[in-house]
Design a protein around this ligand. Structure first.
Ligand SMILES: [Fe+2]
Length: 387
């Protein structure tokens, strides 16, 4: 994995290039079968250990809408959604992710998904009446990276609640925006996702070409999913969008008023990567949920790829605020197609936390005068510097 040399430094402090400057020396073979035409991330199926408690968090606190529910499962959607659901909460013994689900363009794309993953030697299953309510013919696979993926086209249409202002809350979650996955080898994962038709929009790497994270999209936003370097396969977070920054502040205020501020893990803040405003929450099982708004359009074929220096103190928070260590280390298990947790494989490349936090790490606000950082900012986050 080596960095591409045609990166151009911008006045904003990051580099741009035309093609993702990410290369792997350990690629998953590219199938000869064409990839399915993926439209967008559509929903996540989460296994939760106390359905009533999780329902209260996602419905009563965050305001997602219940499309349908029964004793074991709750199907939720965001305000602007017209497909049956964006989040499935299913009661189970171990908190984990059962499916990262993508919608494809046509029913025939499911045949392509079967051929694509079968050629890779993956376990592939298909169910004509779907795995969840409201979704028709679906393909589920364990992908070569160990993640449980679903593909579907057919879905029950439900009412888009955009005009139902009588129902909206100050922290309204309007769309599912993206997933974020933890995987040990980001270049290998990125190459596989490119074979699946994804385009890289941003990444974080160091001067030696070690890649710490990469963002990639099908829909024309910064991402449908991101690959974050770490022990995996695990799920880092699922993200819902609000319309405005003030909606995110309203969620913080509400959590404070409910004496639930301990659900806030990181933020609110402005990302460097994606330029979005963000907030990270942890649900009752510890599943991480991001609230996200106002990234940018990426749909042109020559959309520039942005590369951030891992030592740039503003890459993950544009205001230079610290990234808490749990954000780097904790993530949710993912399940195989039988419902068993996938084994977690350790990352062997450098960890972003190790190279940026603590006595061994460094970061800068201005690359040319890193020594001028005040002591309390050096290392970005040092235990003992916060009371
Ligand atoms: Fe995110």
């Amino acid at each position: 994995m080596t960095a591409q040399t045609d990166k151009t430094l911008t006045s904003s402090g990051f580099s741009v290039s035309q093609e993702a400057p990410i290369h792997t020396d350990n690629p998953i073979p590219t199938p000869s079968s064409p990839a399915p035409d993926i439209l967008r991330c559509a929903y996540m199926e989460l296994v939760v250990t106390d359905l009533a408690v999780s329902r209260a968090f996602y419905v009563d606190v965050l305001g997602l809408y219940v499309t349908e529910e029964d004793d074991t499962t709750v199907y939720l959607r965001s305000t602007e959604e017209f497909i049956h659901h964006n989040l499935v909460l299913r009661q189970g013994p171990i908190a984990a992710v059962a499916a990262f689900s993508y919608r494809v363009r046509t029913p025939e794309d499911l045949d392509k998904a079967v051929a694509f993953y079968t050629e890779l030697g993956c376990r592939v299953e298909r169910k004509a009446d779907g795995y969840t309510k409201g979704i028709g013919d679906s393909v589920r696979v364990t992908d070569p990276l160990g993640f449980p993926y679903e593909f579907f086209y057919a879905t029950e249409h439900v009412e888009r609640l955009s005009w139902r202002y009588d129902l909206h809350t100050p922290g309204e979650l309007v769309r599912l925006d993206h997933f974020n996955q933890v995987t040990p080898d980001v270049p290998r994962a990125t190459k596989f996702m490119q074979d699946l038709g994804f385009r890289v929009t941003e990444d974080i790497q160091d001067e030696a070409g070690t890649v710490y994270a990469a963002w990639m999209r099908r829909k024309p936003t910064v991402h449908d999913t991101a690959m974050t370097g770490g022990d995996g396969p695990r799920m880092h977070h699922v993200a819902f969008a609000t319309h405005e920054k003030h909606n995110i502040l309203a969620i913080c205020d509400k959590l404070g008023a409910l004496r639930m501020s301990d659900r806030i893990e990181r933020g609110p803040g402005r990302h460097g990567v994606s330029n979005a405003f963000y907030l990270y929450l942890r649900d009752p099982d510890g599943h991480r949920v991001e609230i996200y708004t106002q990234d940018y359009y990426t749909g042109d074929p020559d959309n520039p790829v942005i590369t951030w220096d891992v030592h740039d103190n503003q890459r993950r928070d544009w205001w230079g605020n610290p990234v808490v260590p749990t954000w780097y280390t904790e993530a949710s298990l993912v399940l195989d197609l039988d419902g068993n947790p996938q084994p977690v494989i350790a990352r062997t490349d450098d960890s972003e936390m190790a190279v940026t936090i603590g006595a061994d790490g460094f970061s800068y606000t201005r690359p040319d005068d890193a020594d001028e950082m005040p002591a309390w900012k050096l290392g970005e986050y040092k235990l003992g510097h916060q009371l």
